[in-house]
Every structure is written in C-alpha cells, then in structure tokens.
Design a protein around this ligand. Structure first.
Ligand SMILES: Cc1ncc(COP(=O)(O)O)c(C=O)c1O
Length: 463
C-alpha cells in the first residue's frame, strides 16, 4: 500500500523526536495525527497533551507497566542466557530503593518478583511497614547497604528476629564487629581497583574493604555475598565486565576461607541512554556476565556463583516523564540559542541532577510535535537562580516557535527518563511547588501526589 504524505511526515517527526525506539527506551511513546505526544500501556493509549491540560503542569507522568516490562524483560534475558550457557547459579534482582522510594514504584517491583536493597534505616523502615502489613511472601530477601548507624543495626536485628530474610552488607572492619553474634547470612562489600567511565568513578572510594583487608579477616560466619558497586551510569560495556572479572578473582580467594560464599552481587550501574545515543544492550551485558562467570568458575573448578544485580536507574528512569508548560519566552541577544523558554517548574528543584552533575535529558514537545519551524532555545526554571537552566549537549534545544502557536494555546514540553533519583533529591528553592504526579495504569489515570499548595510548601518551613 502506498504511504500517504501524512503518515510519512508523521514517521519523520517520530524519528526526529526519537520516539518508538527500543534502543532509546522510547518504544512506548508515539506521536498522534494531531502532532501530540501519546504513550501506550499495552493496548491502552494516553494523550500526554490532554493529561497536561487536565491535571495542569508541572506534572510527572508515571507508568508502572514500563517498570514491570523492563524488569520482566531482564528476567527473561537472564533465564534465556542461563539455559543457553548451562549456567547453574541463580539470577536475582534487588531493587535499590534509593532510586525511587515512592510507594507506586516500590510495590510493582515487589509484585513482579524483585527483592529489595536498602541504603539507610529509613529505607528499611518502609520495609518494616510492608513486613508488618503481612503482604510479603516469605521468599523476599532484603539487602542492607550503607553505613550502619545504631538505629539501622537495631532495625536489621529486629526484622531478622521477626523472620525476615535480611542480609547486612558489611562496609568496613568496625562494622563487622557490630554484627558479632548475628546469626543470619552476611554479605561484604569489596572496594575494587578497576575503574569505569562514569561520573561516579572516584579516584579514592570510601565504600567497602580492599581485597587484602577482607582476606585478613579470615573466616566470617555465614558469609554468603560478595558485593561491589563500581559506579552509576557506567558508559562503557566492557568496564562492567572488567570489574566483574576482578570481583570473581577476589570471590575465588575469599571463598577458599569462606566456603559458604556463593553469590556475587554486582550492584547497580547499568546506563540509561538519556541523550538518545545508542548504548550497550541488556542482552549483550547479561550474556557476557554469565559467559565470563561460567568460564572463570569452570576453570577454577568451583560452582557457578549466584548473581545479584541492583540496576536501579536502568529499570526506573524510563517509567516516568516530567511535563512542563512554557510560561514565556525571552530573547537572547548574542548566543547559540535564540530564546529562553521559561518553564513552570525548576531544574534545580525537580530535576536536581541537571544542576548537580550536568545531567542531560531527552526533551520533546508535547504538542506541535509536527511544527514545521523549530528554533534554538535554552530552558530556564522558575527560580531566581541563574543556574536554574538547561541546554542539551549540542548547546541548545530545538523546539517549536511560540509565535506559531494557535491563539490561546500553550507549548508543553516533556522531559524523558525522570523516574530515577530525581524525586528524592527534589527541593524547594524559592518555595516553588513540586510537580503533581499522575499514574497511568490499566487504562485509568490516578493522582498519586497532587501539586503542593502554597500552604503545603509554607508548612515545610514552619509556617
Ligand atoms: C550499592 C548500590 N547499589 C545499587 C545502586 C543503583 O545504581 P544504579 O541506579 O546506577 O543502577 C546504587 C546507587 O548508588 C548503589 O549505591
């Protein structure tokens, strides 16, 4: 059948905005015949422009189905590779709660078979609430990372006594002493010497113990897990494998003194293609993890270790977008961009990584996606801070011109992949309200968090 002009134009726009592409985690997003952004949940379809107008902006739009599909895909790829390679160890996923502790994120992860990883006593407090609600299956396991305060240790011990399968991950020698007499399984964090290309690869890392330090400890009662976390948003696939191979060598040595050790936990770090440039795939990384571990353990004559991953950003980031309205535009006299677009939210408050680590995002219009004319802009937040701004790696964004808008309409924009970390970092500079959050599930739209009123915000500051 011959394509009409209209469908091929839509396809071009779709490609231009990098939608419906699995490599970029935008396979759920499309553009409709009116040039508006739409998102699919199976056979349900939601119009993002309508949602922004109905619920107002700034608004976060979250789809649990994306979270669930990503986790299930990861399980499928892992199981397939285990079978294909004859790998005997288990593959286990622990959701690192720090990535997004919102109830609507944590609950679907658990229901899809994820275990949990906590980083603080307060993370664990949420687990305690879930445990007391008697909703947990006895199979769930909780890993406790992070420095162990008295409060944290006491909660770990309490939950262990209550029957929860909870495993503290020891971060240093002093911490190990605090768990003397703990009868449950233990993990230990190793500080690897491999370096990775990532913002978080620090020259000197304060987390975990060196291999020599672990070996000096000799036998550790009930040691089950050797854990490392080499960095977040690891840019190069091979770096993941180099770290794994180093960890295996340490695992092999530590296991000689601790035969109970049977699991390698590779932590987080799987990257998200925020800028929609092709990156490594989960299929390739998983295959290489199992292939390397199989070859190394067969050569060493030891059983294939169980593998835990805590890839948080990879699962959570693409499940949410943040939508803003362009409030006004302002000319920029001499720059690579023509205008500032001031949005009804704040990068410093709502998407703090923009400011903190110069995070880049995928930004598209929500309406007028098929605009013939686009021009170069910079985005600015509503706060008074000159750092409250955003430009892409190219130094500018291409967005529709406001002068081409129909009378009485506004331009909305979507920022993709905002489901990881940003909510917990969010703040209230200039007392701006945080975005509302709507959840799209089973064809129904619900408000998980309404936009803060002036009174809500004032209360946070004691008014
Ligand atoms: C111990 C540990 N595990 C997992 C993660 C999740 O990392 P990512 O979101 O990069 O996968 C982190 C992040 O800081 C971490 O510290």
């Amino acid at each position: 059948m011959k394509k009409t002009k209209r469908t091929s134009a839509r396809k071009n726009y779709k490609n231009f905005w990098k939608l419906s592409q699995k490599d970029f985690n935008t396979e759920y997003f499309d553009i409709n015949k009116d040039g508006e952004l739409v998102v699919y949940e199976g056979n349900y379809k939601y119009n993002v422009h309508d949602l922004a107008r109905k619920f107002g902006s700034s608004v976060e739009i979250y789809l649990p189905s994306i979270l669930e599909e990503r986790l299930n895909h990861l399980f499928r790829v892992a199981n397939l590779n285990c079978k294909r390679l004859g790998y005997k160890g288990k593959f286990i996923y622990h959701y690192p709660m720090k990535v997004n502790q919102n109830k609507e994120f944590v609950l679907p992860m658990i229901s899809e078979g994820s275990h949990l990883e906590c980083a603080s006593a307060n993370d664990l407090w949420i687990v305690k609430k879930l445990w007391e609600g008697e909703n947990f299956s006895a199979k769930i396991r909780v890993l406790c990372n992070g420095p162990k305060t008295e409060q944290y240790i006491s909660l770990i011990k309490k939950l262990r006594e209550a029957g929860l399968s909870i495993i503290p991950i020891i971060e240093d020698t002093e911490e190990l002493k605090l768990f003397k007499g703990f009868t449950g399984d233990l993990g230990i964090r190793i500080n690897l010497q491999s370096k990775v290309k990532s913002h978080w690869d620090k020259k000197i890392d304060r987390f975990g113990l060196l291999q020599e330090e672990i070996l000096e400890l000799g036998k550790i009662r009930n040691l089950k897990i050797l854990h490392y976390h080499i960095g977040s948003q690891i840019e190069v696939e091979n770096d993941i494998i180099i770290a794994l191979r180093e960890a295996f060598k340490a695992y092999q040595k530590i296991r000689e003194v601790n035969p109970t050790l049977d699991t390698i936990n590779i932590g987080g770090g799987f990257a998200v293609p925020y800028e929609k440039k092709k990156m490594y795939s989960v299929e390739s990384v998983i295959y290489r993890i199992f292939k390397n571990l199989k070859d190394l353990s067969d050569k060493a004559g030891i059983p294939h270790p169980n593998v835990i991953v805590e890839w948080g950003r990879y699962i959570a980031a693409p499940a949410q977008i943040s939508v803003y309205r362009v409030v006004c535009a302002k000319e920029i006299p001499k720059a690579v961009a023509k205008q500032w677009y001031v949005i009804d939210g704040s990068f410093m408050n709502d998407l703090l990584d923009t400011w903190a680590i110069h995070q880049k995002w995928h930004v598209t219009p929500v309406n007028n996606m098929d605009a013939k004319h686009r021009h170069r802009v910079w985005l600015a937040g509503l706060s008074c801070d000159s750092d409250d701004k955003y430009a892409a790696s190219d130094g500018y964004l291409l967005l529709p011109r406001l002068e081409d808008l129909e009378e009485g309409t506004s331009q909305y924009i979507a920022i993709f992949d905002t489901g990881a970390y940003q909510d917990a970092f969010s703040s209230h500079h200039c007392l701006l309200s945080s975005p509302a959050k709507v959840v799209l599930q089973n064809g129904i739209v619900t408000v998980a968090r309404r936009r803060e009123t002036p009174d809500d915000v004032a209360k946070l500051f004691g008014w």
